[in-house]
Design a protein around this ligand. Structure first.
Ligand SMILES: Cc1cc2nc3c(=O)[nH]c(=O)nc-3n(C[C@H](O)[C@H](O)[C@H](O)COP(=O)(O)O)c2cc1C
Length: 303
């Protein structure tokens, strides 16, 4: 019997697979078409202090073998979210994590308090919001990222993760700053900025033109990010996230030093992907006489 339990800092997960934010709805509305038992946790779509309408359609489009999205973090605001989702969290059948976003440092703290009060088990801080004081992505700037994490750390007592950007110029420096500010783990990573054009209409494929690129082509880029963060911070818990579509993909992240793996885009084509991924991981472990998934973490060999 292969153990699928992994440790992520202060949290023990029954499975190394996590449902990535924005790809599993509010979790409570997704579990019915999914396979919640296969996941260690699922992360609800990011929520802000007030309702955001998001960008106009089209907001999502295929781009090569990946996908580009520019949703603009449409969300109902924390109060409406807590009223609607909160009462269903305890019966979701999977640990539910919240994801907070905002345009001001204080907004992140307010949202995280609302998420904690609503009953989530952990809060992910989405640092890939482009709007904070008009300065690029928070996740590009170690001190801006640390300020947000520190405010959230001061506001709530449940575990927190900081979600980083794969196109930061020095992701290891950002990871160090958020860890210092109190993040229990880092999520490596969000989408990478991308763009795509429909050459027949000559219009961008999404209304915002530049959006977040996700799916299989992201994996080697995010793997590089995991390698850099793991080398710089040997003890910092990491969730690897980018392009996972198979158990083998997840194992690659674990070997590189990720403690768990989040899956996003794969849910759109295959809502029950979590069950398949976990079965593939377990099959690989059996074939390679590995009694526990956690034994895989960081086992990459020197060339
Ligand atoms: C349609 C869509 C919506 C997303 N919304 C969010 C979000 O609300 N908050 C967040 O932190 N990440 C969001 N993401 C990013 C994913 O959680 C994930 O980090 C990214 O897609 C990379 O993983 P993947 O290649 O497995 O999709 C979204 C991704 C997609 C495709």
């Amino acid at each position: 019997m292969t153990s699928t339990i992994v440790e992520l800092g202060p949290v023990t997960l029954r499975s190394p697979i996590i449902g990535a934010a924005g790809t599993v709805g509010s979790v409570v509305d997704f579990v019915g078409i999914s396979t919640p038992a296969a996941y260690g946790a699922m992360v609800a779509k990011s929520v802000a202090g007030t309702s955001w309408t998001g960008r106009p359609a089209p907001r999502i489009a295929p781009a090569g073998v990946g996908m580009i999205n520019g949703i603009g973090i449409q969300n109902p605001g924390i109060d409406a979210w807590a009223a609607e989702v909160g009462p269903q969290i305890a019966s979701a059948g999977v640990p539910v994590w919240g994801s907070c976003v905002g345009t001001e440092v204080e907004e992140f703290a307010i949202v995280s308090k609302g998420l904690e009060a609503a009953g989530v088990e952990a809060v992910e801080i989405n640092l890939s919001c482009p709007n904070l004081h008009g300065h690029g992505l928070i996740a590009f700037d170690p001190s801006a990222a640390a300020a947000v994490v520190s405010a959230v750390r001061g506001a709530i007592s449940i575990p927190i993760g900081a979600k980083l950007a794969p196109d930061a110029s020095d992701i290891a420096a950002v990871a160090g700053a958020v860890a210092e500010a109190g993040a229990d783990w880092v999520v490596v990573a969000n989408t990478a900025r991308g763009a795509a054009i429909d050459i027949e209409t000559r219009r961008p494929k999404i209304s915002g033109y530049v959006g977040g690129y996700s799916g299989p082509p992201l994996k080697p880029i995010v793997m590089r990010c995991v390698v850099e963060v793991r080398r710089a911070h040997p003890d910092l818990p990491i969730i690897g996230c980018g392009g996972v579509v198979s158990g083998e993909d997840a194992i690659e992240y674990l070997m590189a030093g990720a403690n768990a793996v989040a899956v996003g885009t794969a849910h759109f084509a295959e809502p029950k992907v979590g069950k398949r991924l976990l079965a593939e991981i377990v099959r690989w472990c059996r074939k390679h006489q590995t009694g526990s998934v956690r034994e895989l973490v960081g086992t990459v060999r020197e060339w």
